[in-house]
Design a protein. Structure first.
Length: 134
């Protein structure tokens, strides 16, 4: 359980898949988070400009095949302290593996964690919890 010291934590969910957004929104709200959503990079950056999220969960393929990478760069440029989790179904669809496990990988990916879809909420929540404790 994340110790919030009486602060409601916020998560920004960015995905063009309405089902994924709805499922994660329900689960994060049930976990006590304020949830904000965006379906593309422009909307995501507008949400960040309104209020800094405590964590961002970003899909790799948004309006373009690699928009998630671009958005991660924009988020880290706007505020390098925002933890970013990049999620993608690329591995299951193409067999290509991406990771953000090493400093070198994180230097170009700009995500703190990369997770493959389909993703279990427990796995996603565990990474959010770990990142927020850092």
């Amino acid at each position: 359980m994340i110790d919030t010291m009486n602060k409601t934590l916020s998560v920004l969910l960015v995905d063009d898949d309405d089902d994924f957004l709805l499922q994660q929104e329900i689960r994060f709200r049930n976990a006590g988070f304020e949830v904000r959503k965006a379906v593309d990079t422009q909307q995501a950056m507008a949400e960040i400009a309104k209020a800094r999220p405590d964590v961002a969960v970003v899909d790799l393929m948004l309006e373009h095949v690699d928009s998630g990478f671009t958005l991660c760069h924009q988020i880290k440029k706007a505020d390098p302290t925002i933890p970013v989790i990049l999620v993608s179904s690329v591995a299951s669809e193409t067999g290509l593996e991406f990771d953000a496990a090493t400093d070198e990988e994180r230097s170009w990916v700009k995500a703190d964690v990369m997770l493959a879809k389909p993703i279990r909420f427990e796995q996603l929540y565990r990474e959010v919890e770990r990142l927020l404790k850092q």
